[in-house]
Unconditional design. Structure first.
Length: 94
C-alpha cells in the first residue's frame, strides 16, 4: 500500500485553503477505509467456510496481508477524488 506525494502545482490551480483540503481529504479517506472494513467483515463469514480447509492459519493470514498490500491507499483515492471535483467541502448556514 503506497502513498503518493501531493503535487503542489495541482493545489495552486485549485486555489483552495490547504487546511480545508486536508480536512476534506482525510474525512473522505476515513469513509473509504470504513467501507473497506465493512466489506472485509462481511466477507469473513465466507472465508472461514470451506475455502481454506487445507491451508494452515499462517498461510491464510499471509494471503489476506497480500490482498491488503495490493489495495490503493484510501488517502490516494480521496486526493484524486478531491482534485477531480468529486469531493467538495460543505459549509453550514449560520
Amino acid at each position: 500500500m503506497s502513498i503518493q506525494t501531493l503535487d503542489m502545482r495541482r493545489l495552486k490551480k485549485r486555489n483552495v485553503n490547504v487546511y480545508e483540503m486536508c480536512l476534506v481529504i482525510s474525512s473522505r479517506a476515513r469513509e473509504i477505509n470504513n467501507e473497506r472494513n465493512k466489506k472485509r467483515r462481511e466477507n469473513e463469514v465466507f472465508d472461514d467456510v470451506d475455502l481454506y480447509d487445507e491451508v494452515d492459519i499462517y498461510d491464510r493470514e499471509l494471503m489476506q496481508e497480500m490482498k491488503f498490500e495490493r489495495e490503493i491507499n484510501p488517502t490516494v483515492i480521496a486526493q484524486e477524488e478531491f482534485f477531480e471535483g468529486k469531493v467538495k467541502p460543505v459549509y453550514r448556514e449560520a
